[in-house]
Design a protein around this ligand. Structure first.
Ligand SMILES: [Zn+2]
Length: 247
């Protein structure tokens, strides 16, 4: 049986499937991984992304932080792709219990997924650091320089920066879902960014599926490896309604 037929069979049999995804899930929606330094990047910024997207840098040089954030992390016109839609369909069908994501773009929810655990937060939630007032992503996108609340406080995106802790409750929930999963599908992540690799250790089943274009440190642990683009690999789970919505 080829790898995709095997995945299809496991998904048909699965009752508690969990998906864990990274930046590669959104690249097919034209959202580049902000960690991948391109030529343009090197001309535009004096520091590596890990420095700019850190808590201390955010406090020290907020203007530069928000310049990077708007250019490299906010893609408000992006649309869900086949992978997002297929996962939402599997949840509706009662097969998939949760999506755990390292992405901050909200595309799983835009596709219709309900149980989405965002390990690194979301660009769609922004709050004033002084009074706690909520602002949407468009407000941050359209603000000049550092986005300011009407009270004068800085509006901070609810995105986990380097040097900041992950939300404990979200992490605990992710661990629970993974522990109870019968099939764990991991896609679009090189499994090198914390806490991805550690989380997968909680899976004790024998149906760990890795969908990634290149090799990962977890390949030897996987029960099935698919090297196709993730939209192609999961595309077989789209239903007629999804395909109609994509036209
Ligand atoms: Zn305020």
């Amino acid at each position: 049986m080829d790898a995709k037929s095997q995945l299809k069979k496991w998904v048909e049999e699965g009752r508690s499937i969990v998906f864990f995804g990274g930046a590669g899930v959104s690249t097919e929606s034209n959202i580049p991984d902000f960690r991948s330094a391109d030529g343009l990047y090197n001309q535009q910024y004096k520091y590596p992304p890990e420095t700019i997207i850190s808590h201390s840098f955010y406090l020290r040089e907020p203007e530069e932080f928000f310049r990077f954030y708007r250019n490299k992390m906010l893609y408000l016109d992006a649309k869900p792709n086949k992978a997002h839609l297929a996962l939402a369909s599997l949840e509706k069908a009662g097969k998939l219990k949760a999506v755990i994501t390292q992405n901050i773009d909200g595309l799983h929810q835009a596709a219709g997924s309900r149980e989405v655990l965002e390990l690194h937060g979301s660009v769609h939630r922004n709050t004033c650091s002084r009074c706690g007032k909520f602002y949407d992503a468009a407000f941050v996108k359209n603000a000049d320089g550092v986005p300011k609340c009407e009270c004068g406080g800085t509006v901070k995106p609810d995105v986990v920066l380097y040097e900041e802790c992950l939300d404990t409750k979200v992490m605990q929930k992710a661990v629970q879902y993974i522990e109870h999963a019968d099939v764990l599908i991991v896609g679009g992540t090189s499994l090198t960014v914390y806490p991805a690799a550690g989380l997968i250790e909680y899976y004790t089943g024998s149906r760990l599926v890795l969908i990634n274009k290149s090799a990962t440190p977890m390949d030897s642990r996987a029960d099935l490896i698919i090297t196709e683009p993730i939209g192609e690999a999961l595309g077989m789970f789209l239903n007629e309604e999804d395909l109609e919505a994509m036209r």
